[in-house]
Ligand binder design. Structure first.
Ligand code: GLA
Length: 400
C-alpha cells in the first residue's frame, strides 16, 4: 500500500501542474512557415519542394529544421468522427505521407491549429477537440504545432494553452508547441512551462518600419515588432523563447533591410522562421538567411536575448552576451541615409540589466570579427571608424 501512495505522490505534480516535453528547444527553433508568402495557397508539392530546397540550397546545413504548414490546410468541417481532414485537393497524399517525405530528408514537419472554435482563416479550431487533434497530429508524425488564438471569446489563454499542452503530452509524441496569441495575454509571464516559444506581437508586415492598419487589427513592420514590448527579455531563454514572428527576409524589403531584419532576429534570440519563397530566393537572400556566423549568435547556448545598450544619434547599439565571455555587438542605422560612426570601446562599460554579465572595455580587450564581411576587424583597443548604409547594420563578434 505504502508503495502505491509514494508512486501516486510522485506523479501528483504532473497531474496538478501538467508538463511539456522537456528540452525540445534548447536554442531557438529554426525553420520555414507557409503563411507570409502563400497564405491559403498551399499544397503538398510546395511543402515537398521546400524540403528539397532545405537540402539543396544549404538551409538544412545552416541549421533550419522545421517546415511548418500554416492555416488553411484542412477541410472547412470535421468528419463524422470529429476528426480534422486535410483538404484532399491540397494534400492528396495525406499528412502522414507528407511527414514521411519531410522526415526522409532529415527534417521535421509542423502544422497549425487554433485554440478557438475556428482558425483565423475560418477552418475548424481545436476547442473541445484538443486530445483528439493532438493524437491525430502525433499519428501523422507532426513535430511542431503552431497554435493560434482566433475565435476564443470567453477563453482564458493560460488555461486554453495548458489544455493543448496536456493533450500533446498525453498523445505521447514530442511536439514543439508554439504559442501564437500575439502577446495579448503576456505569455512570457506564464508560458515557460507550456510551450517552447510564444509570439510577442500581432502579425509582421514586409516593411522596415511601417504599420498597416486594418481597422480592427494592425500588422507591424520589423522595427515596430522589435520595439513593441519592453522588459520581457528576462523571461526568455532555453526552451522558452520570445518569438518575434516569421521573418520577412526576401519578401520585398531592400538587401540592407533584409540583413538588418535577420540580424535583429538573431540578436534577439527569436525563433528563426523563414517566410519567403525559398524555392526562388535570390542569392543575396540565401546568403543572408544561411550566414552561419550570424546564426551562431542566434543559437548561442546561453540563450540570452540582446538588449539595446544605447542610441547614438540615429544609430542603435544592441548587445548580446554569448558563451565563453564573448559578446555580439550590433550597430544599427535607423536612417535611410548612410551614417558615419566612431566608437571608442575603451570609453564603454556595459552591464546587462537582467542577467549577470558585464564588460569594461578599458580593462578587457577583445578580438573583433565582422560578421557580415566575414573578416577579422582588429581589436577593441582601436576606435571603430566606419560608415553604415541606410537601414543597415555593422555586427561584431568579440572574443578573446
Ligand atoms: C494569425 C497568425 C498568423 C497566421 C494567420 C493564419 O493571424 O498570427 O501568423 O497564422 O493567423 O490565419
Amino acid at each position: 500500500m505504502k508503495k502505491i501512495y509514494i508512486i501516486m505522490l510522485l506523479f501528483l505534480p504532473c497531474l496538478v501542474f501538467g508538463q511539456k516535453f522537456p528540452n525540445l528547444a534548447p536554442t531557438p527553433p529554426m525553420g520555414w512557415n507557409s503563411w507570409n508568402t502563400f497564405k491559403s495557397d498551399i499544397n503538398e508539392n510546395l511543402i515537398k519542394a521546400v524540403g528539397d530546397a532545405f537540402v539543396k540550397d544549404g538551409y538544412k546545413d545552416a541549421g533550419y529544421k522545421y517546415i511548418i504548414i500554416d492555416d488553411c490546410w484542412s477541410l472547412k468541417q470535421r468528419d463524422k468522427e470529429g476528426n480534422l481532414v486535410p483538404d484532399p485537393a491540397k494534400f492528396p497524399g495525406g499528412m502522414k505521407a507528407l511527414a514521411d517525405y519531410v522526415h526522409s530528408k532529415g527534417l521535421k514537419i509542423g502544422i497549425y491549429g487554433c485554440a478557438g472554435t475556428r482558425t483565423c482563416g475560418d477552418y475548424p479550431g481545436s476547442k473541445g477537440y484538443e486530445l483528439q487533434d493532438a493524437k491525430l497530429f502525433a499519428s501523422w508524425g507532426i513535430d511542431y504545432l503552431k497554435y493560434d488564438w482566433c475565435n476564443t471569446t470567453g477563453l482564458n489563454a493560460e488555461k486554453a494553452y495548458s489544455t493543448m499542452r496536456d493533450a500533446l503530452y498525453a498523445a505521447g509524441r514530442p511536439i514543439v508547441f508554439g504559442i501564437c496569441e500575439w502577446g495579448d495575454n503576456q505569455p512570457w509571464l506564464w508560458a515557460k512551462n507550456i510551450g517552447q516559444l510564444w509570439r510577442i506581437s500581432g502579425d509582421i508586415a514586409p516593411c522596415f518600419d511601417c504599420v498597416i492598419d486594418h481597422g480592427s487589427y494592425k500588422d507591424w513592420g520589423v522595427m515596430k515588432v522589435v520595439a513593441m514590448r519592453k522588459d520581457i527579455r528576462k523571461y526568455a531563454g532555453p526552451d522558452g523563447w520570445n518569438d518575434f514572428d516569421m521573418m520577412e527576409v526576401g519578401t520585398g524589403m531592400t538587401v540592407n533591410e533584409n540583413r538588418t531584419h535577420f540580424t535583429l532576429w538573431c540578436m534577439l534570440a527569436s525563433a528563426l522562421t523563414m517566410g519567403n519563397d525559398i524555392r526562388t530566393a535570390d542569392p543575396s537572400t540565401v546568403a543572408i538567411l544561411t550566414n552561419k556566423d550570424m546564426i551562431s549568435i542566434n543559437q548561442d547556448p546561453l540563450g540570452i536575448q540582446a538588449f539595446k545598450y544605447r542610441d547614438i544619434d540615429s544609430t542603435e547599439v544592441w548587445v548580446k552576451p554569448l558563451k565563453n565571455k564573448e559578446w555580439a555587438v550590433c550597430f544599427l542605422n535607423r536612417k535611410k541615409e548612410p551614417v558615419s560612426i566612431e566608437f571608442d570601446w575603451t570609453e564603454h562599460k556595459i552591464s546587462d540589466p537582467d542577467f549577470d554579465y558585464k564588460v569594461d572595455f578599458s580593462r578587457d580587450k577583445f578580438n573583433i570579427f565582422n560578421i557580415w564581411s566575414g573578416k577579422k576587424a582588429g581589436t577593441t583597443g582601436e576606435v571603430v571608424k566606419s560608415q553604415i548604409s541606410g537601414h543597415d547594420v555593422l555586427v561584431f563578434r568579440l572574443s578573446h
